[in-house]
Design a binder for this molecule. Structure first.
Ligand SMILES: [Zn+2]
Length: 160
């Protein structure tokens, strides 16, 4: 069992938004965090989805392959789809009650966009912060059909 007390230490890096030129600091994963994905809810609540520690990640991947069998041997597409839906599908909401999304690009507080165009300098992290590991209490309580339904609705597929 993973309790909400579990935390992971993550670096906060400075980046520049190439759209507005604004600078901001944002947590980012490092390659040594293999298997751990950064989650963000709203603009400033962060958590970690540790795909190596939880059976939930395998369960979501399996359901994904059942729903879309053609994906099974396309690992890049599978990973991209997993990243697009897993934060919402299997993680409990943030302390503010917002759904998590796996973070690809940083959020710029100046122009309030999630920008694909950004530059991170090579400097070491500005500081280290402890982020909570996401919990999966709601997901774990769902019946198998409910899990399937939730996944299908995240994919925009309804079987009705
Ligand atoms: Zn910006």
């Amino acid at each position: 069992m993973i309790s909400d007390e579990v935390k992971m230490q993550v670096g906060v890096y400075r980046f520049r938004c190439d759209i507005c030129g604004g600078e901001a600091e944002e947590p980012a994963m490092h390659p040594y965090h293999y298997g751990a994905l950064l989650l963000r809810a709203g603009s400033n609540e962060y958590a970690i989805l540790d795909t190596l520690q939880i059976e939930v990640a395998d369960e979501v991947s399996e359901l994904l392959h059942e729903a879309l069998p053609k994906l099974k041997h396309k690992s890049r597409e599978s990973a991209a789809l997993f990243q697009a839906i897993a934060g919402w599908v299997c993680c409990d909401t943030s302390p503010d009650g917002k759904p998590y999304k796996i973070v690809g690009d940083p959020y710029c507080p100046t122009c309030e966009c999630v920008s694909e165009l950004w530059t991170r300098d090579d400097a070491p992290p500005v500081r280290m912060i402890d982020l909570p590991i996401a919990t999966h209490t709601i997901w774990n309580r769902l019946a198998p059909e409910e899990k399937e339904q939730k996944l299908l609705s995240a994919l925009g597929i309804s079987d009705r």
